[in-house]
Design a protein. Structure first.
Ligand code: NAP
Length: 305
């Protein structure tokens, strides 16, 4: 069984940067990835707040550039989902569907996934009108009416993206104020085919022949209900960390994020957490890459001791 100096679980910006820094530090590094590199970044249409790109950058393109850069320095990518870990032994043990791997140090950078609304028929209609990724699925609703749920940066970016390809976009938010960054507010107001549905939550999903045909929304202040006829519902109500496989192995906070300090150190020597998966103030690509670099640096120091 091959023993890596450092195993990085997850290949979003945090994982790929950890790989880049680890390889440049001369470590034998492997990144474990479930499907394809890039994480949430690869599903982001356009970024305006990653420094160095005055015209902005496509998320997919930036993700692939990060992957290429890490690979050029010798990081190995193993396309296998890590399903279990044993951090009580040294080297640490990672289990995937295809085998077992040993690593002297580990960086967990598994990121987060979209949170669900938790209403009836949501799972049944996923892929049949209910979506969690506007840039992946928006094109299926070209020229149609759709709705986005949420008031954060993702919801607003999704609404702006969809307004360019759909006939109309309802933005359904449970309060009367957006959580999204101020720069988005004026942009939204200037887009004619976005209609705000304030103080409202989606209570029911309706279908015709198994495909979404509309939703019932309830105003949480007046209790008034109304139906919106839409072909697509894009849910953007936040994220939840991909940490289920770590239960019992690492300290998680009450919402499932890995408890780690600003250098990524967890309570277990040689195990680090980077990017959206850890407790932190600001979840952005720029903070994820910084985390990746710090974790690789910490791991290199740990290995040299
Ligand atoms: P978020 O900032 O946590 O926003 C989630 C939104 O969904 C909030 O408006 C919240 O309402 C609403 N919500 C939560 N649960 C709900 C429910 N059950 N029903 C209805 N609405 C619900 O999540 P996000 O927008 O996915 O962003 C995640 C992180 O990525 C953030 O740190 C964000 O800044 C970052 N991000 C940044 C950019 C960018 O910089 N351009 C783009 C995308 C994401 P309340 O407001 O009432 O809580």
């Amino acid at each position: 069984m091959e023993t890596f100096d450092i195993a990085i679980i997850g290949s979003g910006p945090a994982g790929m940067t950890a790989g880049l820094y680890a390889a440049r530090a001369g470590l034998n590094a492997a990144i474990f990835e479930r499907i394809s590199p890039g994480g949430q970044l690869a599903q982001t249409e356009h970024l305006e707040n990653y420094p160095g790109f005055p015209q902005g950058s496509g998320g997919f393109e930036l993700a692939w550039s990060m992957h290429e850069q890490a690979t050029n320095f010798g990081v190995k990518t193993i396309t296998e989902e890590v399903t279990a870990v044993d951090f009580t032994q040294n080297p640490k043990l990672l289990t995937t569907a295809f085998g077992e791997y040993l690593a002297k140090s580990v960086v967990v950078a598994t990121g987060a996934r979209p949170r669900k609304l938790g209403i009836a028929r949501e799972e049944e209609l996923q892929g049949r009108g209910v979506s969690y990724c506007a840039t992946c699925d928006g094109n299926f609703f070209r020229g149609k009416k759709v709705a986005v749920v949420g008031g954060g940066n993702t919801a607003v970016a999704d609404a702006i993206y969809l307004s360019r390809i759909c006939e109309k976009v309802y933005l359904i938010h449970r309060r009367d104020q957006l959580r999204a960054t101020a720069i988005y507010h004026d942009r939204l107001k200037a887009i004619e085919n976005i209609e705000f549905v304030w103080d409202s939550v989606v209570t029911e999903l309706h279908d015709e022949n198994g495909a979404l045909s509309g939703v019932t929304v309830k105003n949480v202040k007046t209790e008034e209900q109304k139906q919106l006829d839409i072909a697509g519902l894009f849910v953007a109500v936040g994220t939840q960390p991909n940490t289920e496989f770590l239960q019992g192995a690492l300290d998680l906070d009450e919402t499932g994020y890995i408890v780690a300090d600003e250098t990524g150190k967890t309570a277990i020597p040689g195990v680090y957490a980077a990017g959206d998966v850890r407790t932190k103030q600001l979840r952005q690509v720029v903070t994820a890459v910084a985390d990746g670099a710090l974790c690789a640096e910490e791991a290199a120091e740990y290995l040299s001791e």
